[in-house]
Design a protein around this ligand. Structure first.
Ligand code: KG4
Ligand code: ZN
Length: 355
C-alpha cells in the first residue's frame, strides 16, 4: 500500500509519499515563517491562502519524486490519500482536507483524516530503530505539552498536560522578550549556548511535585520582571536564554522520569518541535539512560511539522481498513484520548472520530 499525505494544520505546508514496503519515497515541507514574522505570530487567513498556493505544486512534486505506484503506471498514483484533519487552524486544515478528499475521489481511492498529534507521536517509527509499545510519549510542540501513556497504535491516555502555555510557546514568548524574531524557540536555544550562570533563577512551578501537569506561563512574567529590574547593560541576553532553557528543560525531564516511574515502562518517546532542542535531548538521555531505559526521537526534520509523520499514522489506519466517507473532515479541536485503535468505527457523520 502506498499513500500520499498532506499536512496544512498551521504554518507549514507539507506533502509526502510513504510506501508500506519501500518506505518513505518523497517528502517536502515549506515553512511560512517569513510570511508571519512581521506580525510576531501566525496569521490564520494568510496561512490558509499560502497553503492554497503551494499545496498542489508540492503534491505534484512528491508524486513525481516517488515514481509510478506499479510498473507501467497504475490507474492511481497511490492507494489512499491521508491528511491532517485536526487539531489546528480550521481554515488552514480545510485547504489540505479539501484537496486530499478531492484527489482521493478523482483517483477512486480511500481518504482518511489523521490526528496531527498522532502524527507527531508516530514520527519516530520512521527511524531505523523504532520504539515498541507500550511507551511514555512526551509531546512538546508550539501548541501542546503532554505526557501520554501510549499502549499501542491509537490507544493513548493523557497522563498530564500543561495548565497554561505549551513548552514551545514558553520558548517563543520569552524569546520575544529578548528581542528575537518569531518563532524564537530555536534562536533562544542557540543564544543559550554562549550563556553563563549569572545567578538568575526563574520559577519551575511543578518541579519536585506529585502529578504530571506542567505550567509555563509564570516563566514569561519572571523574565519580563528581571529584564525590567536590571540596570541597563547588566543582564546579558545569553545568560537569560540559558536560564530560560534550563527552567523549561528541568521541568520536562523531571515529569518525564516521573511518568516512566508511574507507568513502569522503560521507553520514552519525545516528539514535537521542542524535541529538536539539543539540551533537552542531552538531559533526557542522561536522566532516562542512567535508569537503564531508553529515549527515542524522530530525526530533526521530523520533530517540527511535516507530512511524513501524517503518512505513518494514516497508512497504519488505512491498512487496518479504516475509511472516511465523502465528507471533508476538519476539526479545530480534537482530543487525542478519543482516538480509537486502527480499523475501529468512525463517527456516523463522517468526522474522524467520536468526540
Ligand atoms: O511541532 P511544531 O513544529 O508545531 C506545532 O505543532 O506547534 O513545534 C514548533 C515549536 C515552536 O514553538 C518552536 O519555537 C519550537 O517548537 N522549537 C524549539 C526548537 N525547535 C523548534 N524550541 C526549542 N529549541 C529548539 N531547538
Ligand atoms: Zn505540530
Amino acid at each position: 500500500m502506498r499513500v500520499l499525505a498532506i499536512e496544512s494544520s498551521c504554518d507549514e505546508t507539507a506533502a509526502a509519499v510513504l510506501d508500506e514496503g519501500a518506505g518513505l519515497l518523497a517528502h517536502a515541507v515549506f515553512s511560512q515563517v517569513d510570511l508571519h514574522r512581521v506580525y510576531g505570530g501566525v496569521v490564520p487567513e494568510l496561512a490558509s491562502r499560502d497553503h492554497v498556493r503551494r499545496l498542489l505544486p508540492m503534491v505534484e512534486q512528491v508524486l513525481a519524486e516517488a515514481g509510478p505506484a506499479a510498473p507501467g503506471g497504475a490507474p492511481a498514483p497511490v492507494d489512499g490519500v491521508v491528511y491532517t484533519a485536526g487539531p489546528g487552524l480550521i481554515g488552514a486544515l480545510l485547504t489540505g482536507a479539501a484537496l486530499a478528499r478531492s484527489l482521493a475521489y478523482a483517483w477512486g481511492v480511500p481518504a482518511l483524516g489523521v490526528h496531527h498529534l498522532e502524527g507527531h507521536l508516530l514520527a519516530p517509527l520512521l527511524e531505523p530503530e523504532p520504539p515498541a509499545f507500550p511507551h511514555v510519549a512526551l509531546l512538546v510542540s508550539g501548541g501542546h505539552t503532554m505526557l501520554i501513556d501510549a499502549r499501542g497504535l491509537g490507544a493513548y491516555e493523557v497522563l498530564g498536560e500543561t495548565r497554561d502555555d505549551a513548552a514551545g510557546e514558553a520558548f517563543d514568548k520569552t524569546a520575544k522578550l529578548l528581542g528575537l524574531p518569531y518563532p524564537g524557540g530555536p534562536l533562544l536555544a542557540r543564544l543559550a549556548e554562549s550563556g553563563r550562570d549569572a545567578g538568575l533563577r526563574f520559577p519551575r512551578p511543578m518541579l519536585g511535585r506529585e502529578g504530571l501537569e506542567f505550567s509555563f506561563s509564570g516563566l514569561k512574567t519572571a523574565v519580563q520582571q528581571s529584564l525590567e529590574r536590571a540596570a541597563p547593560g547588566s543582564l546579558r541576553p545569553q545568560d537569560v536564554a540559558r536560564e530560560v532553557e534550563a527552567a523549561i528543560v528541568d521541568t520536562l525531564v523531571d515529569k518525564s522520569v516521573r511518568a516512566l516511574e508511574q507507568t513502569g515502562y522503560d521507553r520514552l518517546v519525545v516528539s514535537g518541535g521542542v524535541a529538536a532542542n539539543a539540551r533537552l535531548r542531552a538531559r533526557l538521555d542522561a536522566a532516562v539512560g542512567s535508569r537503564g531505559r531508553r529515549v527515542y526521537y524522530p530525526r530533526l526534520a521530523f520533530c517540527t511539522d511535516n507530512a511524513a509523520m501524517i503518512a505513518v499514522a494514516g497508512l497504519a489506519r488505512l491498512a487496518a481498513g479504516e475509511r472516511d466517507d465523502l465528507a471533508i473532515a476538519a476539526r479545530a479541536q480534537w482530543p487525542i484520548g478519543s482516538l480509537g485503535v486502527p480499523g475501529g468505527q468512525r463517527a456516523a457523520d463522517g468526522s474522524p472520530a467520536a468526540e
